[in-house]
Write a protein that binds this ligand. Structure first.
Ligand SMILES: *Cc1c(COP(=O)(O)O)cnc(C)c1O
Length: 353
């Protein structure tokens, strides 16, 4: 059944106000947004409307009790000017994994895809073309009951908006292995992209910044002996440019789509890739022996965020220069090439609109 979405176009595009050469991440929004509401047990009245404020009740249950989840993905343009999405169905499925954990209704994948593709098609001119830039897409769902009481909401909204973003080549970052705070533990919701998981990370990352670190590496809640992930990225460790290790999906970390892409590409390239528990002590030993030749976080925003130094119990362990990072440079160039249609691949990861 074809999904029909009511489209109300803006009468005043703001695109001429956007300086595509200098876009501040997350501050500029395209002309339109998608919205669909869940009432009476069904998703109803999908529509695309001009981007703008929405009206909510002070008692909105998402604000008080945190039933709020999100996704993040990007649209790119190929050389012919066509829009390309990267693994969009994987994002739709992951949103539903988060929804189940948070006691929220799932959204049918076809409805998600219809909203997403029609929105990106309509705001296609907002996809920047400069090297490294993209249109960041933010799907999210939140509880909308006008009711104060701890129980799953009955009503929800699902929305998508778009932000043009410039190339995001961050300089390699300095990270600290966190031993005081915990992001997620067994039985919690670490695998969900749920708003509360980010709320609880603000103070720990603020404290790490005060100590001179850009980001923290979370460790397990039981012993702080095993690493989990860092900020909104999954972690990879490369030993002697041969063995690639990443923490296994144990329910505490997010199943990153970039993570999965990296694992597949590296295996195809002949690397030995292991998904397993990785001990803090192992990492420190590799650092001391000069065997940690590459280390990076993976996520939609940066694709690959190189780690320059790892801080642990007051010592900083420096890693090789960015140019020498064989694995991270290969992954960044390959993934960005696939996303922009310059590199052909057989996985059907890149979806033309
Ligand atoms: C979004 C996110 C990631 C990366 O996921 P991608 O699908 O690669 O963007 C990793 N960790 C956390 C905590 C995240 O929120």
């Amino acid at each position: 059944m074809a999904i029909s979405i009511k489209i109300s176009k803006t009468t005043q595009s703001r695109i001429h106000l956007c300086d595509f050469e200098n876009i501040e991440f997350g501050k500029i929004f395209s002309d339109h947004m998608f919205r669909v509401d869940y009432t009476d047990g069904k998703w109803q009245n999908p529509e695309i409307i001009p981007y703008g404020p929405i009206s909510i009740a002070p008692s909105l249950s998402a604000i008080h009790y945190g039933q709020s989840i999100f996704e993040g993905m990007k649209a790119f343009k190929n050389d012919a000017g066509g829009a390309l999405l990267f693994r969009p169905r994987d994002n739709a499925r992951r949103l539903n994994v988060s929804a189940r954990r948070m006691g929220m209704p799932e959204i049918p994948e076809e409805l998600y895809m219809a909203g997403l593709t029609q929105l990106v098609q309509l705001d296609k001119d907002w996809i920047p073309t400069k090297e490294g830039s993209a249109l960041y897409l933010r799907p999210f769902m939140f509880a909308t009951d006008d009711f104060v009481g701890v129980r799953p909401s009955v009503n929800y909204s699902f929305m998508i908006f778009c932000c043009p973003v410039n190339s995001y080549y961050p300089k390699p970052i300095k990270v600290k292995i966190e031993e005081k705070y915990v992001r997620a533990s067994s039985g919690m919701a670490g695998f969900a992209k749920a708003a509360g998981n980010y709320g609880i990370s603000m103070l720990p990352s603020y404290e790490a910044k005060k100590e001179g670190y850009d980001q923290i590496i979370w460790t397990d809640g039981n012993s702080h002996e095993y690493v989990e992930e860092s900020g909104t990225t999954n972690l990879f460790f490369v030993v002697n440019d041969q063995l690639v290790l990443t923490p296994k999906l144990d329910g505490n970390i997010l199943a990153g789509i970039t993570r999965d892409t990296c694992i597949q590409l590296l295996k195809e390239k002949g690397y030995q890739v292991e998904e397993r528990k990785i001990g803090v002590q192992e990492i420190i030993d590799w650092c001391k022996a000069g065997e940690l030749t590459d280390c990076f976080g993976t996520g939609t925003a940066a694709i690959i965020a190189k780690i320059a130094a790892i801080g642990y119990q007051g010592n900083d362990y420096e890693l090789p220069e960015a140019e020498q990072r064989v694995v991270s440079n290969y992954l960044y160039n390959t993934i960005y090439g696939i996303q922009t249609g310059k590199i052909k691949e057989s996985h059907d990861w890149s979806m033309p609109l």
